[in-house]
Design a protein around this ligand. Structure first.
Ligand SMILES: NC(=O)c1ccc[n+]([C@@H]2O[C@H](COP(=O)([O-])OP(=O)(O)OC[C@H]3O[C@@H](n4cnc5c(N)ncnc54)[C@H](OP(=O)(O)O)[C@@H]3O)[C@@H](O)[C@H]2O)c1
Length: 242
């Protein structure tokens, strides 16, 4: 892997993220929020309905290493249904590395759901280990699961600004990475709640599927490029909201 910007030169995913400590200076009222997406060159977020076929193993490594740098990982229900997550930091060594950095053993897994129609048989719920917190407007009760699941109810749709404030003040979450999907992403951007965007662009075209952001923003959002990395023709950008 090489760093194209700033300071061009050789790097690795680990070296690049070593100095990245988003939990150190969070905003006071909510966590720092970073988004993470992989897209094709034509800007699509899925191939065959899922994201896995888009990126390379280097992108998977970036995803896994990013998960070691945040107190919480957030996804929408559509992403949970399509991607059927397991324990979010699966490697025990990575969990130890988190603790050495002063982060909780497992990141808190946060799911935003309207209907609470989730794949309860997915390994995230059946494997045990870690904690899941679901924000929902539904009155449904989740089933018994091996993994601890807590539910926070909002009236009607989940108010994402309020949910983030609750995560900061009631759960001590300082930094959260949101892994999508496109509809949750558009709301966070529209409400000015996304501070950073990690975007991998894989050298592929697919011609169909959602983009990384599905929904209109009230105005064009300006981003600045914080870094740009390249490996085997795949680009790894980190943007910051201006
Ligand atoms: N390329 C990538 O990096 C990437 C990343 C993530 C996902 N994806 C792909 O994106 C697709 C899923 O897209 P998506 O846009 O449907 O995913 P999504 O944003 O994860 O899920 C949308 C769902 O989240 C819930 N939701 C979102 N905001 C809410 C709010 N304010 N209040 C209550 N519920 C809310 C709703 O759940 P209910 O249905 O429960 O009401 C809604 O249907 C999948 O194919 C996945 O593979 C790609």
């Amino acid at each position: 892997m090489r760093r194209l910007l700033p300071d061009p030169g050789p790097t690795t995913v680990e070296q690049q993220l070593d100095a990245y400590r988003p939990w150190e200076e969070p905003p006071t009222a909510r966590p720092l929020v970073a988004m993470n997406f992989v897209a094709t060159v034509d800007g699509r977020a899925t191939i065959g309905g899922v994201s896995g076929p888009i990126g390379s193993h280097t992108d998977t490594k970036m995803l896994a290493c990013l998960r070691t740098r945040f107190d919480a990982v957030m996804i929408g229900a559509g992403t949970m249904r399509a991607e059927r997550y397991g324990r979010v930091v699966a490697d025990p060594e990575q969990r130890q590395r988190r603790e050495a950095l002063g982060l909780p053993h497992d990141p808190l897994m946060v799911i935003v759901s309207g209907r609470l129609d989730l794949p309860w048989e997915a390994p995230l719920f059946t494997a045990g280990g870690g904690q899941v917190l679901i924000f929902t407007g539904s009155d449904e009760e989740p089933p018994q699961t091996a993994t601890s699941v807590q539910v926070v109810r909002h009236e009607g749709r989940v108010d994402l600004g309020v949910a983030l404030a609750q995560l900061r003040t009631e759960r001590g979450i300082r930094a959260l990475i949101c892994e999508g999907g496109p509809r949750l992403h558009s709301q966070l951007q529209a409400e000015g709640l996304a501070d950073e965007l990690f975007l991998t662009v894989a050298p592929k075209l697919t011609g169909a599927g959602p983009s990384i952001l599905e929904g209109e923003l009230p105005a064009a959002t300006e981003l600045e490029l914080a870094w740009l990395l390249e490996a085997d023709g795949e680009l790894f950008a980190r943007y910051r909201r201006v």
